[in-house]
Design a protein around this ligand. Structure first.
Ligand code: PLP
Length: 375
């Protein structure tokens, strides 16, 4: 039997329309988009540029502001390391949140071993960044601030608009990991003073291994040190032959996600309300303090029940105790610890997340399965 899939924040199934759009680019239109001297190359190039427009449109950007990458991890590495390396003379202080994804935290750890100083913005009682403390931490030599838009574990939506504008006033640049927000909530770079924004196709119904970095200003290999050197693709920022089927897929997924944002918002909220009520009333679960959060994510704990035991007891349901990367390491998540929970409490947090293909009926079916774990 197919498992009930409630782990959309880890990855999503690829939408059928996306698969259909990609298929011809493996067979018929297999040209190299960099080789526009032949008709197959030109066709591939047109498809890539169409995908760039669709991806840009998801976040209200212009095509020329989009650099294609292999996913959000690479986008964040390019923005953070690339900017730090090319602009270290402007300052070596970086601010971030303790609840960022490891794609940001580990990249900053790497920089801290190379002469950069990293400070963490404290969170307030409801798990949101403390803006007064943030203001206090901003310094003349603060080179950049990295803050995610939505948290992959808790689903928290952070006040990026305020943080970005405070960052701008302090003369620093703002890097935003919008991996979990794109395709779930309205993301419009025109309303946000963001310099760099990372997104990833497999979080909104596209294929894995494809993503994008939005850059507000135009950068080249002098002003943003590339991670990969080679054929100077993507304006020299990301060398390597482009993954045409993958990009076509991401573009299509971006287009569909944008068009269905409001429909999904209502469906997702209905599932969240149902599951939240169920877990509280039937299983004595406790959630987080009331704070802005994604409607596709539920993060709760049942006191005394370890999330790993719950997951083991329910092989029919795919869900998780933290991010997919932590599952790989078998490590305790840093997120509940950063929110002030003890190790014992942190071990009990589990995450359910749903998306474009999830039906309310499935939420009702998994509720029955969770009920069965009590016996
Ligand atoms: N940032 C966040 C918030 C994520 O949830 C993820 C993936 O789980 C990433 C970054 C990394 O994305 P990718 O898998 O595209 O490298």
């Amino acid at each position: 039997m197919k498992p009930f899939y409630f782990d959309y924040n880890a990855t999503t199934p690829v939408m059928p329309e996306v698969v259909d759009a990609m298929l011809p680019f493996f067979t018929e239109h297999f040209g190299n988009p960099a080789n526009t001297s032949c008709s197959l190359g030109r066709a591939a190039n047109r498809a890539v540029e169409r995908a760039r427009e669709q991806t840009a449109s998801l976040i209200g950007a212009e095509s020329k502001q989009i650099t294609f990458t292999s996913g959000a991890t690479e986008s964040l590495n390019l923005a953070i390391k690339g900017y730090a390396q090319a602009n270290a003379n402007r300052g070596r202080h970086i601010l971030t949140l303790p609840t960022e994804h490891s794609a940001v935290l580990d990249t900053l750890n790497f920089l801290s071993e190379h002469g950069f100083e990293i400070d963490y913005i404290p969170l307030n009682k409801i798990g949101m960044p403390d803006l007064e403390r943030f203001q206090f931490l901003l310094r003349k030599d603060t080179l950049m601030v990295c803050c995610m838009l939505a948290n992959n574990e808790t689903g928290h939506i952070y006040p990026v608009q305020e943080i970005a504008s405070m960052t701008r006033e302090a003369g620093s640049i703002f890097v935003c990991d919008a991996t979990q927000a794109c395709g779930k909530i309205d993301v419009d770079v025109n309303n946000l003073e963001i310099d760099f924004l990372a997104l990833s196709s497999h979080k909104f119904g596209g294929p894995k291994g494809v993503g994008a970095l939005y850059c507000k200003e135009s950068f080249d290999a002098e002003t943003l040190t590339p991670l990969l050197h080679g054929g100077r693709h993507e304006n020299g920022l990301r060398s390597g032959t482009l993954n045409v089927p993958g990009l076509v897929g991401m573009g299509k997924a971006a287009e569909i996600s944008k068009a269905s944002l409001s429909k999904h918002r209502d469906e997702f909220s209905a599932i969240k309300n149902y599951l939240e009520r169920f877990f509280i009333s039937e299983l004595g679960a406790i959630g987080l303090a009331d704070a802005p959060a994604l409607s596709n994510t539920l993060y709760m704990r049942i006191p005394g029940i370890l999330a790993k035991d719950l997951i083991r007891k329910l092989p029919e349901v795919c869900f998780s105790s933290g991010s997919a990367c932590q599952a790989m390491d078998g490590k305790l998540s840093h997120v509940p610890l950063a929110l002030g929970y003890s190790n014992e409490e942190a071990k009990c947090f589990f995450r359910l997340s749903w998306g474009w293909a999830t039906k309310m009926k499935e939420a009702e079916q998994i509720a029955d399965l969770f009920l069965g774990t009590r016996s």
